[in-house]
Ligand binder design. Structure first.
Ligand code: 5GP
Ligand code: ZN
Length: 114
C-alpha cells in the first residue's frame, strides 16, 4: 500500500534489520527498541489492523505465531520467555497502520501491561 512505511520496508524501499522472512511474513528489529530484543513481525499483505482482519486473513495470524516461535528460538529467548503485543486502533496506541506484532524479550518484563 502506498504511503505505508511497513509496506515500504517489505518492498525494501526503506532499509531495515531483517531477522526473518518468508513468502508471507517479514520480521525486523524495531527502530526504537524498548527491550534488548524488540522485533516487529508483520504480514506482507497490507492489513491495517486487527479490526480490518478478514476471514481469509485468519491463517496468516497462525503463521505469524509460528514465525514468532522461530524468531524467539533464533534470538535465544524461547526458554526464558518473551512477550507479544499487538496495539490496535487509537486507544490501543497503534501508530503504524499496518498490522504488526511486537516481540519483546531479553529482560524480565514488568507486571503491568497497561
Ligand atoms: P505501534 O505503536 O504502532 O504499535 O508500533 C510501531 C512501532 O514501529 C514502534 O515501536 C516504532 O518504533 C516502530 N517503527 C516506526 N517506524 C519504523 C521504521 O521505519 N523502522 C523500524 N524498524 N521500526 C519502525
Ligand atoms: Zn502496509
Amino acid at each position: 500500500m502506498e504511503d505505508c512505511i511497513f509496506c515500504k520496508i517489505i518492498n525494501k524501499e526503506i532499509p531495515s534489520n531483517i531477522v526473518y522472512e518468508d513468502d508471507e511474513i517479514l520480521a525486523f528489529r524495531d527502530i526504537h527498541p524498548v527491550a534488548p530484543i524488540h522485533v516487529l513481525v508483520i504480514p506482507k499483505k497490507h492489513i491495517t489492523s486487527l479490526v480490518e482482519l478478514e476471514k481469509e486473513d485468519e491463517a496468516i495470524i497462525g503463521k505469524i505465531y509460528g514465525a514468532i516461535n522461530k524468531i524467539a528460538t533464533q534470538e535465544g529467548i524461547l526458554e526464558k520467555g518473551f512477550r507479544v503485543i499487538v496495539n490496535c486502533g487509537e486507544d490501543g496506541g497503534q501508530e503504524v497502520k499496518h498490522l504488526h506484532f511486537h516481540l519483546l524479550g531479553g529482560k524480565k518484563m514488568g507486571p503491568k501491561i497497561a
